[in-house]
Design a protein around this ligand. Structure first.
Ligand code: PRP
Ligand code: ADE
Length: 171
């Protein structure tokens, strides 16, 4: 399926010079959302992961349905200050700012094969920070899956494991 007509391109958001790729129209149409989840699930299944990792916040919209389709669990990587208990954190830059990601050390990840899911790959700052956290707790990232990839920012060069996106744009 071509998802292009279901991705809004919003100029100058959240800052001048940035075109924001908004996945809201995908979510609004159940047939399109189901197709996105099904395709991500087929891609994820190829890697026989033990667990799906979803990235805060828009990644969560896809990580849980994909994990349920594969009948495995999902673990949240969240922005700093959102997860209780002992966490490890990593700061990073993204296309329009800076942020810190965290994961709970009590989650059962040691020795696990992990597929990461997020809505969008831009500079790769977010996913490479998540990969570093996941590797720090002893898991291996076998693939990272996205709905949208902005290829001109070359984020995939920063990632280990395979990378797939349902829809690509140069910028
Ligand atoms: O490849 P990068 O340059 O790191 O950019 C991609 C990230 O940016 C967006 O998240 P954002 O931090 O805006 O958070 P949100 O999902 O909470 O809206 C998007 O959902 C990705 O996670
Ligand atoms: N251009 C963009 N559109 C939507 N989400 C993003 N996250 C990082 N860059 C983005």
């Amino acid at each position: 399926m071509n998802f292009d007509q279901h991705i809004a391109k919003v100029p100058a958001f959240p800052k001048p010079g940035i075109t924001f790729y908004d996945i809201s129209p995908i979510l609004e149409d159940p047939a399109v959302a189901r197709q996105a989840v099904n395709t991500l699930s087929e891609l994820a299944a190829r890697y026989q992961p033990d667990v799906i990792i979803g990235l805060d916040a828009r990644g969560f919209l896809f990580s849980l349905p994909v994990a349920l389709a594969l009948d495995i669990g999902t673990i949240m990587v969240r922005k700093a200050g959102k997860l209780p208990g002992q966490v490890i954190e990593r700061s990073y830059a993204l296309e329009y700012g800076e942020a810190t990601l965290a994961i709970q050390t009590e989650r059962d990840l040691h020795g696990k094969r992990v597929v990461i899911i997020d809505d969008l790959l831009a500079t790769g700052g977010t996913v490479s920070a998540a990969q570093a956290l996941i590797e720090q707790v002893g898991a291996t990232v076998v693939a990272s899956l996205f709905v949208v990839e902005l290829t001109g920012l070359n984020g995939r060069a920063r990632l280990s494991g395979d990378v797939h996106a349902l829809q690509q744009y140069e910028f």
